[in-house]
Design a protein around this ligand. Sequence first.
Ligand code: ZN
Length: 428
Amino acid sequence: MPTADTDAPALGDDLRAFVDASPSPSHAVAELARRLTAAGFTELAETDSWAPAPGGRHFVVRHGSLIAFRVGTGSPAETGMRLVGAHTDSPTFKVRPHSDVRQAGYRLVGVEPYGGGLWHTWLDRELTVAGRLVLRGGTTALVRLPGAPLRLPSLAIHLDRSVREGLTLDPQQHLVPVWDRDLGSEPGLVEALAAEVGVGAGDVVGHDLVLADTQPAARAGADGTWIAAPRLDNQACCHSGLLALLAAPAGARTQALVCNDHEEVGSGSMSGARGSFLEDVVQRLATAGDPGDPQAVHRALARSVLVSADMAHAVHPTRSERHEPAHRPQLGGGPVLKVNANQAYATDAASGGWFTERCEEAGVPVQTFVTRADLPCGSTIGPLTATRLGVPTVDVGAPMLAMHSCRELASALDVPLMIGALTACLAD
Ligand SMILES: [Zn+2]
C-alpha cells in the first residue's frame, strides 16, 4: 500500500508523466492501454465473443473510454464486483470539421468550446492540437502537432481598457487560435496532421481533435509537493484508479476500472457514462460467471459497489467564503467524500459509510465536500451510472484548486492516499 510520506514524490512525478502523455482522451486511453499491457493485461475486442476465466486480466476500449478488469475466482452474481469509475475528458476546444480560417493576414484554426472551461485561462499559453485521425478504411491514428504551434493571444490593454471592469470573451469571435501568417499557399491543418502520421490529406476521412496545453506538468508549492498541470480533472483519478487496479490483490470478486469519455458534456454518448459500455461489460462478466442464470447481471449489480472518482474542490485560499464552512477540504488532506442532498453526487449513507470504513482500514484520512446551500452543485459520472445500472455508488475525489482552468493545481500528497483508498475499495 503506498504511503503519503515516502511515495508521494515518485507517484506525483508519475501522475505528471501520465498527464503529459495524455493531451486528448484518445491519448489518455492509449496511455492507460500501454500501462495495462506492460502489466500483463490483454485487450479484448467488443466485436469478439469472450468469457474471461477467473484470474484473467483484460481491458476493452470504446473510442475515448476504457474498461480494465481482473476476473475474480467467484461468480459476480455470488460475490458482486468492485468498480472504480473516472473520466478521460477535460474542458477544451474541439477542432471543427472545416478548420482552416483565414483572416487579417493570419491562418487560424476553427474550434468550438468543449465543456465548461475557464476559457480566459487559455489565453497566452503554448498550445497544440492532439487527438485521433480516422483514415480511409476505418483505421485510426493518434496524432499531435509537434511543438507549441498555436496560441490565443490576449488583446493588448491599450486597445481595450474596459477589460479592467471584466473580460468578456465571445467564443465564436475571440477564442480562435492563431497558427501562422497567411501567405496563401501553406498546407491546412489536416494536411499538416496527415503528414505527421505519414499519410496524405486525402486519406483522412474524419477527426477527433482538441486543443491542448503543451507546457509539461510541473512541481509547485514551497516544498514542490503540489502539481500544476492541465487536465488533472480527471486524468488524476484515471491515474489513481489504474494504479489501484494494478496494486489490488486478486480475490474472489471481479475488480474493474471504467474511464468514460464525454463527462464534461453530460456523458450522453455510446462511450459516455450514460451509454451502455459499463453495463455491457458487466453483463458479459456476470453471464460468463453464471451461464445458466438469466438474473446473473442483476444479482451481480446488487452486490457490487461503484466508487466514482472525480476531482473535488479544495478550499480556495482567498475565496474561502464560497465554500460551506464545515466542509472545506485541504490540498494534501486525503480523498474527499462528496455529498449532495439533491443527488448531484450519488453518495448515500451506506455507500459513504462503506468508503469511510475502507479508508480507515487503509489508514487513509477522509475529507468531506458539501456545496453551500446558496450555490448550485456540480455533478459527475456517479449519479448517471447509478441511475443507469442501479449499482450502489459513492462519489469521491482528490482535492484540487482551479478546476476547469487550463492549468489546475493538486497535491502529490493526495496521489498515494487516493491510490490507497481505491486499492482498499477494489480489494474489499
Ligand atoms: Zn471531472
